[in-house]
Design a protein around this ligand. Structure first.
Ligand code: GSH
Length: 339
């Protein structure tokens, strides 16, 4: 049998044409509980990410929000994904200069060329996908987790004893007691219809699957917009930055630059169709360092999707616009400016 082509996002034998995201395989937890298998320790864990990837982007944001920069290191892969999946930058590429910090060889396995080498080091017969983010324990030499929703929770709950008060809960708590049900409720529909909804729209291989996904996506964006319009609060759930903001942001910041055209999510764009989401997005990007250019790397974002998904964009031409990638805080698209 021919080897599975990992760049077939929808199984060619699946007549529904629907993109079905696999569940993550590595699901252990770093825990501050006594005797835990993966205890929080400075310098012990490493994050493998791609700046292009919205799921990995969550972990970079939370790492910075929690002041974990000296405690957990990270490496970003090169923006291009080929038939062996994500790969590390070569020495030559680094010499020539690459966008983004920490786009290097694997510091913990200098001979590894691809993220999949880390997965195969755990199990030579590993049959799942080679995804980022991957949280790796450099002491036990084990992958702790490749599930971003769980990695971010570990980062903001289990390291507090190693952090100064300004970064500990309650100062930085993305899942505060009083808002937990609101966070869980928003996460559930946003994951299916927005975070994953853009992928379901873009990877669909039938008209029906595409239309079903894109219709749900825009209904969900309308719902988020109506919510922000009704509260007029700085963050999704009020005055407090929560996990909902982190998880929604990584999709919305990619929306106009990539998803509108590449994933055919073009019923409206954010900058001209969703004033409250647009204002919320820009407050995060421009006013909070964890969301800004340190973690939001538009060159990786634009090039990765358009040059890695040959089924969608066979010639790999990266569209130039929209420019700018994100508008300044006080500027609107010309069409809505007063004449
Ligand atoms: N459920 C995972 C999804 C991660 C994921 O799908 N990452 C993509 C990049 S955006 C990936 O690495 N894909 C590689 C592949 O599927 O081969 C999470 O949230 O951590």
């Amino acid at each position: 049998m021919a080897a599975k082509n990992i760049l077939n996002w929808v199984d060619p034998n699946d007549k529904s044409g629907e993109f079905k995201r696999q569940t993550s395989v590595f699901r252990s937890f770093i825990s501050a509980a006594p005797g835990a298998e993966f205890p929080p320790e400075k310098g012990r864990y490493h994050l493998y990410v791609s700046y292009a990837c919205p799921w990995a982007h969550r972990t970079l944001i939370v790492r910075k929000l929690k002041g974990l920069e000296d405690i957990i290191g990270y490496t970003s892969v090169h923006w291009h994904m080929g038939e062996k999946g994500w790969r590390f930058a070569t020495a030559e590429e680094q010499k020539e200069g690459l966008p983004g910090d920490n786009v290097t060889a694997d510091p913990h396995h200098p001979s590894f060329t691809h993220i999949r080498d880390i997965y195969f080091s755990q199990d030579p017969n590993y049959g799942g996908r080679f995804t980022v983010p991957t949280l790796y324990d450099t002491v036990a030499k084990r992958i702790v987790s490749n599930e971003s929703s769980e990695i971010i929770r570990m980062l903001y709950t289990e390291f507090d004893a190693l952090l100064p008060a300004e970064y500990r809960a309650p100062a930085v708590d993305l899942f505060p007691e009083a808002l937990r049900s609101g966070v869980d409720e928003a996460n559930a529909w946003m994951y299916d219809d927005i975070n994953n909804g853009v992928y379901k729209s873009g990877f669909a291989t039938t008209q029906a699957a595409y239309e079903a996904a894109v219709t749900k996506l825009f209904a969900a964006l309308d719902r988020a917009e109506a919510h922000l319009a009704s509260t007029k609060a700085p963050f999704y759930l009020g005055d407090c930055l929560t996990e909902v903001d982190v998880r929604l942001y990584t999709t919305i910041v990619r929306f106009d630059p990539v998803y509108v055209q590449h994933f055919k999510c073009n019923v409206r764009d954010i900058r001209s169709g969703y004033p409250y989401l647009h204002a919320w997005l820009r407050r995060l990007y421009w006013q909070n360092e964890a969301f800004g250019p340190a973690t939001t790397q538009f060159e990786h974002i634009k090039r990765h999707y358009t040059q890695s998904h040959a089924q969608i964009n066979p010639k790999g031409i990266t569209p130039v616009g929209p420019l700018p990638n994100i508008l300044p805080l006080e500027e609107e698209v010309p069409a809505v400016q007063k004449l």
